[in-house]
Design a protein. Sequence first.
Length: 117
Amino acid sequence: QVQLVESGGGSVQAGGSLRLSCAASEKPAERTCMAWFRQAPGKERETVAAIRREGKTTVSNFAVGRFTISTDNAKNTVYLQMNSLKPEDTAMYYCAAGPTVGSVNYWGQGTQVTGSS
């Protein structure tokens, strides 16, 4: 059972930056996809970014040019660097892992990100 623990959330003013971290309790399997999702109050959960073991990344349109996903395989950790934050980025951010971004098996507990104007 893989456990995922997020950290790094907080409150920042518009234009600020945060880096979220997600530490996995064990080395993900070779074809595991690691991803970040977010869910704002009253809204559906949406994909933010994903990265596969071979390093291929995808970023949702709203995050292009602002957010970057990366991994440190030696530390079993995936990061989400968020720059130029906007109030509309306010949400609970979740780390997840699974065969694909559409079929994740494991979820972290979430970390709150608040962008203030």
